[in-house]
Design a protein around this ligand. Structure first.
Ligand SMILES: Nc1ncnc2c1ncn2[C@@H]1O[C@H](COP(=O)(O)OP(=O)(O)O)[C@@H](O)[C@H]1O
Ligand SMILES: O=P(O)(O)OC[C@H](O)CO
Length: 500
C-alpha cells in the first residue's frame, strides 16, 4: 500500500461505556488481534450511573497486553498507541498521587438535571450554545465536575489551588499511562465539556464562571493526532508514544472515513450517535442537534453536527439482564425475523430520558401497544425498531440543518452486526446503509490518527484507503408502510415525554 512509510503496528485502546477493548492494527489498518473486557456499572441512585476508574485502568492494562500477545508483538513492533473513549464521563483526581477523589460520573448520569434546568431558566442557554455548540444538559461534563467539587469535602478549594485534575476518560488514561507526566485531552473531547469555545479552540472563562469550574484543574487541549507523551515502560515492556486521541464518536467518524462535508456515520453501541461532517465551518442547528469538533489536525478543526441518542444497544442489554427474555444480544436478529411485524408494539427506550432531538431528561422508558398475544419476539423487534426510528428522527433533523440528505449512512458499533436491524434502518431512513468490513471503526479511527502522527500513514488519503465496504443494505419498504410505522413511533414518543 502506497501510504505505508515504514513497517509497524498501531495499538488502539477503545474505552467504551460497557467494555474496554484493545485492538492491534497492522500498517494497512487491518485488525490483527482484539482483547475485550466488560466492567461493572454502578447505579447508586435514580438516574445515576458511575464507573470505578481503577476498573477502567486495570482493564486497559490487561487488554493492551492481551492484544499484543495474541498479535505476537512486543513494544518494538508498536509504532504508536491511539486512545478513544466514552465521552463526557468525568473523573477528578489528585494531581500528585493520581488517585480519583470520586467514582467517574458517566455521560448517562442525570443527577445534575435540576442544575441544568436552573441554568437554562437563568438565561445562559443562548450564550452556551453559541460558544460550545451544545445545549445545557446533564449529559455533558461541566455540571458533573461541579457536582464532585461540591460533594467531596475540601475538593473545591483543592481544585482552585491546582491540586486536582479534571479529565474525561482519555485524559485520565493519558495521565496514568504516562506515569502522571501528561495532563492533556484532545479538541474532540474538550468540545463535549460545555467549557470549551469551539470557535476559539480554547477553554472559556465566562463558561468556567457559569459552571463554577476552576481553570487550574483543566487539561491542555491538543490536536487529535499529536504528541501525548510516552507510556511508562511497564505497560508494554518499553515506552511507546501515545500519538492519537479522540472521543469515540469522532474517532468512528474518522475511521468511517467521513472526511468530506455531507458524509454521515452512525454508531450503534450502548447509545447511538450520528455525525455529519460539516467541514471547516461550524453549523448551528435549528433542530436541536449538537455542533461539535469532528477532529483537529495541525491546529485546524473539522466540525460536525451530531445527534445523540442515549439508549440503543443498552435496551438490548436490558432485555438480557433486566427482563431476561434473551441470553445473548445476537438472538434479537432471529427473534425479529421470526415475527411478521411488531404487532403494534412500540418500545421507547427513554431509560435515562431522551436525547436529540427531544432533550427531555424526565421522559422515561415505555412499551406501548401490548395485547395478550404480544410476546418476547415482538418486544425484541420493537427494541430494534426503536433504534431505527430514532435514527430517522436524527436524519430528518440533519437534512433540515444541512439542506439535503446524505447519499448513504455508514454504520458501525456492536449492533451493526445485526442484519435485520441494518435492513430496517435502510427501510426507515430511506438511505442505503453501508457496513464496513472493520466494524470496530472507533478503534480504527484512533489507530489512523496515531498512524498519521508517527508517519505510518503519509496523509489523510490513507484513511479512505483503509475503509472497505462489507455490505450495503438498500431501502425496500414502500412509502405508505414507512409513514404508518413512523407515525406510530412519533405517537409513542409523545406519550413517553414528561409533562410540564
Ligand atoms: N447482534 C446484536 N444485535 C443487537 N444488539 C447487539 C448485538 N451485538 C451487540 N449488541 C448490543 O450492542 C452493544 C455493544 O456494542 P459496543 O459497540 O460494544 O458498545 P459500547 O462501545 O457502548 O460498550 C450492547 O449494548 C449489546 O447489547
Ligand atoms: O461507549 P459508547 O460507544 O456507547 O459511546 C458513548 C458516547 O461517547 C457518549 O457520548
Amino acid at each position: 500500500m502506497t501510504k505505508v512509510s515504514k513497517a509497524g503496528h498501531v495499538l488502539a485502546i477503545d474505552q467504551g461505556t460497557t467494555s474496554t477493548r484493545a485492538i492491534l492494527f497492522d500498517a494497512h489498518g487491518t485488525p490483527v488481534a482484539v482483547a475485550r473486557r466488560e466492567f461493572p456499572q454502578h447505579y447508586p441512585g435514580e438516574g445515576w450511573v458511575e464507573h470505578e476508574p481503577a476498573d477502567i485502568l486495570r482493564d486497559v492494562r490487561i487488554v493492551a497486553r492481551e492484544a499484543m500477545e495474541t498479535g505476537g508483538q512486543d513494544a518494538s513492533g508498536i509504532a504508536a498507541i491511539g486512545i478513544t473513549n466514552q465521552r463526557e464521563t468525568t473523573v477528578v483526581w489528585d494531581r500528585r498521587t493520581g488517585e480519583p477523589i470520586h467514582r467517574a460520573i458517566v455521560w448517562q448520569d442525570r443527577r445534575t438535571a435540576p442544575v441544568c434546568r436552573a441554568l437554562t431558566v437563568a438565561g445562559h442557554d443562548r450564550k452556551v450554545r453559541q460558544k460550545t455548540g451544545l445545549l445545557i444538559d446533564a449529559y455533558f461534563s461541566a455540571t458533573k465536575i461541579a457536582w464532585v467539587l461540591d460533594h467531596v469535602e475540601g475538593a473545591r478549594t483543592r481544585a482552585e489551588r491546582g491540586e486536582l485534575c479534571f479529565g474525561t476518560i482519555d485524559s485520565f488514561l493519558v495521565f496514568h499511562l504516562t506515569g502522571g507526566k501528561v495532563h492533556a485531552t484532545d479538541a474532540t473531547n474538550a468540545s463535549r465539556t460545555l467549557l470549551f469555545d469551539i470557535h476559539r479552540q480554547d477553554w472559556d472563562d465566562e463558561l468556567l464562571a457559569i459552571f463554577r469550574v476552576p481553570r487550574a484543574m483543566l487539561p491542555q487541549v491538543l490536536d487529535s493526532a499529536d504528541d501525548y507523551g510516552m507510556t511508562v515502560p511497564d505497560l508494554l515492556g518499553a515506552p511507546v508514544p501515545i500519538a492519537g486521541v479522540a472521543g469515540d464518536q469522532q474517532a468512528a467518524t474518522f475511521g468511517q472515513s467521513c472526511l468530506e462535508p455531507g458524509m454521515v456515520k452512525s454508531t450503534y453501541g450502548t447509545g447511538c450517535f450520528a455525525l455529519i461532517n460539516t467541514g471547516s465551518t461550524p453549523v448551528e442547528s435549528q433542530n436541536r442537534l449538537l455542533t461539535t469538533v469532528a477532529y483537529r489536525l495541525d491546529g485546524r478543526p473539522t466540525y460536525a453536527l451530531e445527534g445523540s441518542i442515549f439508549v440503543a444497544g443498552a435496551a438490548i442489554k436490558w432485555l438480557r439482564d433486566g427482563l431476561g427474555v434473551i441470553t445473548h444480544a445476537s438472538q434479537t436478529d432471529d427473534m425479529a425475523t421470526r415475527v411478521p411485524d411488531s404487532h403494534g408494539v412500540y418500545f421507547v427506550p427513554a431509560f435515562v430520558g431522551l436525547g436529540a432531538p427531544h432533550w427531555d431528561p424526565d421522559a422515561r422508558a415505555a412499551i406501548h401497544g401490548m395485547t395478550f398475544d404480544a410476546g418476547p419476539a415482538h418486544i425484541a423487534r420493537a427494541a430494534l425498531e426503536a433504534v431505527a426510528y430514532q435514527t430517522r428522527d436524527l436524519m430528518d433533523a440533519m437534512a433540515g440543518d444541512w439542506g439535503g440528505r446524505p447519499n448513504a449512512l455508514r454504520i458501525d458499533g456492536g449492533m451493526a452486526a445485526n442484519d435485520w436491524l441494518c435492513q430496517f434502518l435502510a427501510d426507515m431512513t430511506g438511505l442505503p446503509v453501508e457496513r464496513p468490513e472493520v466494524i470496530e471503526t472507533t478503534a480504527l479511527g484512533a489507530a489512523c490518527l496515531a498512524a498519521l502522527r508517527v508517519g505510518l500513514f503519509e496523509g489523510i488519503g490513507a484513511v479512505s484507503q483503509a475503509w472497505k465496504l462489507d455490505r450495503r443494505f438498500e431501502p425496500r419498504m414502500d412509502e405508505p408502510r414507512r409513514a404508518k410505522l413512523y407515525g406510530g413511533w412519533l405517537d409513542a414518543v409523545d406519550r413517553a415525554r414528561s409533562r410540564p
